[in-house]
Ligand binder design. Sequence first.
Ligand SMILES: *Cc1c(COP(=O)(O)O)cnc(C)c1O
Ligand code: SF4
Length: 456
Amino acid sequence: MPDSVDSAVQFTATTPDVPPPSAALRRGREHYFPQASDAEWNDWRWQFKNRITTLDELERHLAIPEAERKMRAEVLSDFRMGITPYYLSLIDADDPADPILRQVVPLADEFYFRAVGEEDPLGEEKYSPVPGITHRYPDRVLMVISNNCAIYCRYCTRKRTMYEGATPDVEIDAMVDYIARTPQVRDVVVSGGDPLNYSNQKLESILAKLRAIPHLEIIRIGSRVPVALPQRIDDELVAMLQRYHPLWINVHFNHPRELTPDAARACDKLLRAGIPLNNQAVLLKGVNDSVETIKSLCHGLMKMRVRPYYLYQCDPVRGAEHFRTPIAKGIEIIEGLRGHTSGLCVPTYVVDAPGGGGKIPVQPDYLLRYDERAGRAVLRNFQDKIYEYLEPGYLRDVISPSRRTPPKSASKPHSNGVAAHPKAASNGKHEPHSDKVVGKSRWVHKGASPKRPKKS
Ligand SMILES: *Cc1c(COP(=O)(O)O)cnc(C)c1O
Ligand code: SF4
């Protein structure tokens, strides 16, 4: 099946307008839904209506081992399933560990780990001034306006909200009202659930109310619809959305096989309406936890003009233990991208701190040592070569003491890297004292003072 990625992505790079379905995707559709006409298949209402939501429906398409039937049923009594025919058609029916399947089909692991994890791992409710709003950061809020999605991702951080009834209009109005009376909010992330699951009319009424708030500069929508139900992104929807600029959309592709011609066409429509697209992927064991997979995902996204924005560490949400990776895996992936491919392809890897600490960026440590008083830094490049960099403060050792300017903040040197964060500094491989320094700030060696302290 990997050739489906290539054909989909290659095609988007050359003719973004009307990509035909790739051969593999066509096989997928024919395998699962041979009876569907093109008109049905391309109609998002048909896709939505024919979602797979029960085990009986699932079993018509994918075998369920007898031993797992009860387990899966119990899992579903707790967190619902929803798979559009389109998304199902991306699953390789012969591969029980298929990365698309793992995202949406409840498996035995989810049963085993059903009691492990938290209800609200991000503490969203702790920072909630009114139901649906999380105000965690100074100038922006999260606004959860729906609790249903085109597909239900088994690792969803917000699965706790997914079995409530529809969000009542009065609650949405209360959210809008909170933003209207909170002038420091200049950016709202409208999420869910999936806001694009609403009718155009209902969504427009919400966007119009938000746009009427003078201090609200940016509206962002978080949606997995371009991934799971790309047919929904039609001219009518896009014409409505573009009346509410500046509007940004965060999409959620996790695997290169999701980058199909249909998804590319949906993204292209949004982009042509002036809506910038940023991708938020979740790092998931058995789905995308390798440098190759994430690199291929990011390359494919770039060809679709979608910027990789965040790579999230999987949250410790109830029932998702089997998706979690060590943080070292995320660091390894970022390290495998930075310098090795376009900087635009490198998302920010973030760990959402438990209990509402917010997103914390984590990255490989390239600053192996930093002695602010000596004005000396030891850095590592993407090829693991070590460089010494001297700051302008170094000059205090070669000019007369009366002209020295002490460094502003530093009263004591601090070092960063190996000792303090053995894992972060490239998994503890680096000992700057033993590694050969291959580059140094050049001017230092011209007439450098012998008095230069050998500090760090
Ligand atoms: C992620 C998030 C945001 C937006 O964060 P950015 O880093 O600006 O994308 C805002 N509020 C909450 C509660 C969030 O979780
Ligand atoms: S689309 Fe987003 S909100 Fe919906 S189930 Fe998936 S991760 Fe959760």
